[in-house]
Each structure stands twice: as structure tokens, then as C-alpha cells.
Design a protein around this ligand. Sequence first.
Ligand SMILES: [Zn+2]
Ligand SMILES: [Zn+2]
Length: 734
Amino acid sequence: MTPDLFRESVRTVPVVVTAPLDGPFDYLLPEGRPMPEPGAVVAVPFGRQVLPGVVWDHRPEKSVGPGRLCPLGPALPVPPLPAPLRRLVDHVARETVSPRGQVLKLALSTHAALEEPRSIDVYRPAEDAPARKLTAKQRQVVEAAALDARPPADLARAAGVSAAVVKKLVDAGTLVAEARAVAEHWSVPDPEHVHVVLNEGQAAAAHRLEQAVAAREQATFLLDGVPGSGKTEVYFDAIRACLKAGRSALVLLPEIALTSQWSARFARAFGVPPVAWHADVGSARRRKIWRAAIEGRLPLVVGARSALWLPLQDIGLIVVDEEHDTSFKQDDGVTYQARDAAIARARFENCPIVLASATPSLETMVATERPGPDRIHRLVLPERHGSAPPPPVQIVDLRSTKRQRGVGFLAPRLVEELQATLDRGEQALLFLNRRGYAPLSLCRACGHRFRCPNCSAWLTAHRLRRRLQCHHCGFSMPEPDHCPECGTVDALALSGPGVERIADEVRHLFPKARVALLTSDTATTATQAAAIVDAVENRKVDILVGTQMVAKGHHFPELTLVGVVDGDLGLSGGDLRAAERSFQLLYQVSGRAGRADKPGKVLIQTHLPQHPVMRALASRDRDRFIETEIEERADGGLPPFGRLASLILSGPRQPDVQAAARHVALAAPADPSVRVLGPAPAPIALLRGRWRERILVRAASNVDLPAWLRVWVGPLKLPASVMLSIDVDPYDFL
Ligand SMILES: [Zn+2]
Ligand SMILES: [Zn+2]
């Protein structure tokens, strides 16, 4: 340690590093280098690696003696990470009890974008070129290069000569190279592309949103309207106002709803397809989008959950469509709720945010009644004149359908309706939210059930692949030809239905019908899914069978019958949102049927016809259902009237995990307003080869649960083989 390091002139820079640690950490500013501004992206030595980090706005809580500081690495050639995004990183780290550096990783996910923008060599005539006599061909090249510096191949093409001619000029020094950044062209959405006529209800809502955009009002709106009430047109109008004001707009959609239909709709309204950000976007395109966002060249992006972390500059509006969708909640890693985080980002950006849904989440509905600054303003869209009346919903009581021989998973009444629909030349949809052929495989001789070796879960039979597969860890094995327990050959029995089995049953019942199957197994990319959707739209399919992939984002005008094969599927499982989620899903599936001149019909098969979800669906009384659910949650002190957190401890050895879980639970601070339940084995006690113990924490709604959790788990020391993951406000209870 040299003494001058203790002088005040030693300058340190606080940096949050993209590593699973909190930070910021102090780095030593090399002499002669100006102090970087907050947000600057830098490379820093971290252990044995060099990682990207961001200069932060506040100093570390604990400072390290300057003698132990590492020097700050070079600045990366990127504009600074915008301040509102840095505030979002702070906020989400705090709310999810995650290390700040791990959250920052979400915002710097596209590493290639942090490098120097790609450039190519273009050639122009050298100013001090030695005077030489040029041939006619060479002169043509030099003239072309003087007009516009270009890569050699382009010059050759422009001058109509061979590549060798250009090369000779380069070698002679007549043409010189200069680097030029690769031009990236964005088709910019045009807010004036079409003039849309809105009905009275839409216009009122749109006007309110436009005002909020113009005034940079910090407000959250709920756009609440049945399918077909025109929510999209209304928020498109708000996007127009935002683009006209020269600010950028961010639209979040569940991945599954980000369809070609949505993009086509956007293109009709704004003249160009939207720039989309989702799992299928390749790395080169990601780099380009990320770079354009941080350079302020991206006026609009639509994307799934992770688009929230794009470094867009000067956001003027955020939209979260299908706000109730549970895919906005991330279940592992940083367990954030993208809708809630989007509301926070809008606050940091100083702009309004619009949540849109036909079946708003309970949390959102409760917030529309809440006084104070967190209140959500509800804008209700009336049903449109001339739009399809909601299709009548009929409940098919499976208890009365006797298990006759030859009757499969479709009740006779549903089969009759399918026949009638086919006879009329119309289309039908059968919905079952279960992948594969059968959820259970067993031995007919001894009853042995096939389970996953890595998880406490049964294997699902997939007939298309002739394999048994685990939906939790991806383990799969060929369909066995004999039982591993008793050795009986060809005794595999498949129990219960999956979509593949329903498709088989339909093909058997209606051999002439054209049947399509839409599940994540038949459509593994957006393009494949779009092809199936197109086939349905173009009437090349009579009966579509699908999982929740069919529930969202598509509307098929010629489809007049929707059959829900198992309405009870989502109701079990002990999840506090089970009823709400089931209702939302079935309500959405029901909305796929019919249009103005061809009314649709919905049949839901159930063993629980008296369940509140079935009754609400049959009467289409959404608000009554929500009220009842709200009362129940309020009585039970469940979210949003109380707070929950789930702590999962996992590891390869069960006794270690159990001991660690007991240790964690015993260390909980005594607090009358917080209850610590457990540890107990998690419902999936073995997952991907790791044993899991769960501790559930319940608190009153006024408790700052994340802060409480930090005080509790922060000082804990766990064995290296045991991992603790915390999920505040969990959606996943397995
Ligand atoms: Zn057996
Ligand atoms: Zn498994």
C-alpha cells in the first residue's frame, strides 16, 4: 500500500457488476481519466474475469480500503444506461430480494450490443493518389467511388467491371479504405398512417389517454372491455399521441399473444410491422434492437416480459396488454412481476401506463378502488354495436354422462354439436390445456407407474414422438416395450387425456374432417404456430385441437363451436389463483367462437357444474365472479389483502436440505404481523434431481415484506450444496 492512496485525491467509482452480488462496488479511477457519469457502461475486473458493469448513482454501503481496490477497466462504446432503467434495477432488486447485479444482467442481456458497432470497409479515391494513367474501366471505378464510397464488390458492380480491376486500384493506392458503420434501417411507424374512426365509448377512453400522454401524467389506467370492444384501437390511439410527441413507446404482451395477427393489425394502423422482442428473435437482431433502443433510434418496441428491460430512451407510454396473464411473472431467477415492474418503470419515466384486459387480474381490480397515488383509473369500454354477441355457454355435466363402453373423452352432446357444426360447413375448436397424449403411463399387469427419475412427477406419454416425457425437467425415454417392474411385454396403458389423444378421438369420430393440432409440441416456433393459425383462417381446417396456445390472440370468424374438454383441469392444485386463472382462460377460449352473422356456442365439460367458476362462465357474469373472489381473498388475508413469500431450499442431498431449511426457519425474527409456516417438503419434492423444502411466509399487507426478508436471510450462512431461492408474491406454489 503506497501512502498516497490514503489521500483524499484518490478517486473511486461505484460500479454495479453483472454478477449475482448486490453492489455497487468501488473501483479505482486511473489517473488522468475523467470521472465517468452514472450509467456509463464499463468493463471491470471481477475475480478472475472481466465483466460488464454500470457506474451507479450511489456509493457502496461498506467501503473497502483503497489499497484493496481494483482499477476501473475501459469504458465500453455504448451510451449510458438511462436513469429510469437504473432506478428500475434498484426497485426490482429490492422488491424481489435479489442481488442488484443479477437484476442488472436483465438490462444488459445482449452482450454483443456492448461492443463497437460493426463497421465495413468502403473505398473512395485517395486525395493524394499518385498521378497515373487510368484505363477506361479503371476510370469508371474511380468515378463510381467518387460518387459514393462503397465496398469493393459494390464498386465493381456499379462500374460493370470485374473484382480484379478494383483490387488493382486498391493495391496501387488509387482507392483508399475507410470504415463505415453498417447502416441500420428501421421502418418507422407512422402515426398519421390511417385515420381511425372510434365509437363514442372508445373515443372517450382514447381522449383520456391522449391527455395523459401529452401531460406526461404519472398515472396507471385499466382499459377494461370484453373481447371485440376495441381495446387495441384505443391504446393504438395513445401510441399515436406518444409517437407524435417524439417519445418512444413500449408495449408488453404475453409471448403467446404476440402473434402475426397482432403484428398485421399494428402494420395496418402504422404502415409498418412493429419491432418485436421475444424468444425467437435471433442474436444479431437482438443486438440491433438493443443498440437502437439505447441510442434513442427506436420509437416503439413490442415484446414479451423481457422487453421491459430494453434501454429505450425517453419513454412516453407503456402498454401492458392481457395484463392478467400469469406469464408476466417470472418464476425463477429474479422472480419479478413484469406488469408491476412496468408500473414502476412508468413512474420512473414520468409517463402514463395502460393495462388492458377483458378479464383483469384481481390485484388490478382491487387497485381501481384503492384511494391514493397507487390508484388505477378504470376505463370501461362498452360492447360495440354490431359486434358478435357473447356466445351462450352450456355446461356439460360429466357426472351424468355414464362411462359407457365406446364413449371417449368427448361427451355425446359435444359430439353431436361437432357433427352439426361440420354439417353446416363451419369450424370447431376443442380446448384441453394438457400437452401430450396421456398424463399417466402405467403397466396393465402390475400397476407400475412411470415416473421421472429426477422429479417427483409422472411421465406424460407423447404419441407423436413415441416417448414418455417429464414436463418439469425435460427428461424423456422411448415408450418401453416391457415393464421394468414385472417384465410383462406390451403392457403399457395410458391413462387420461392429453390434446394428442383428443385429436385421435376426433379423427376416429370424424374421419373426413380435417383436424389440426396446436400445442407447443407441434408448433415449437412462432412461424410454425402462425402456419397452423393461417390454415385455420383459410378454412383448411375443420376442427382445431389445442392447448392454451389457441386461447389467446387469435380470432377465427368462421369458428362457431368451442368445446372445453376438461373445465376442471385448472381448478385443482391448491394455488390461490386457481379459480381466477381458470375463469380467465376459459372465458378467453369461449371468446373465440362466433361473429355477428354466425353466432357461436360454447360447451364446457365438467364434474363440478356448481363450482363458482362454471356458474360465472354460464351466466357470463364476470364482475360478480370477481366480487366473490375478492371477498374470499379479503377474508383469508390473501394477496392483494396480505402478502406472501415462498422460500425454497434445494440441493442434491435430502438430509442437508432439511437441516438447512430448519436452520433458516428457526432464524426467523419474531414478529406478530408475520407468520412463518414450515419447512415442509414442497409439493414437487424432487425437481431436476434436487430435493426441495418450502417455507411459506404470510404477512399483513402493510408489512414491508422484502425488507423483512432481507433482515432475516441476509446474514444466514448455508452449506454450499444448498440453494435458497426467494419468491415474493409467488404465483407458483409447486
Ligand atoms: Zn408391470
Ligand atoms: Zn423430471
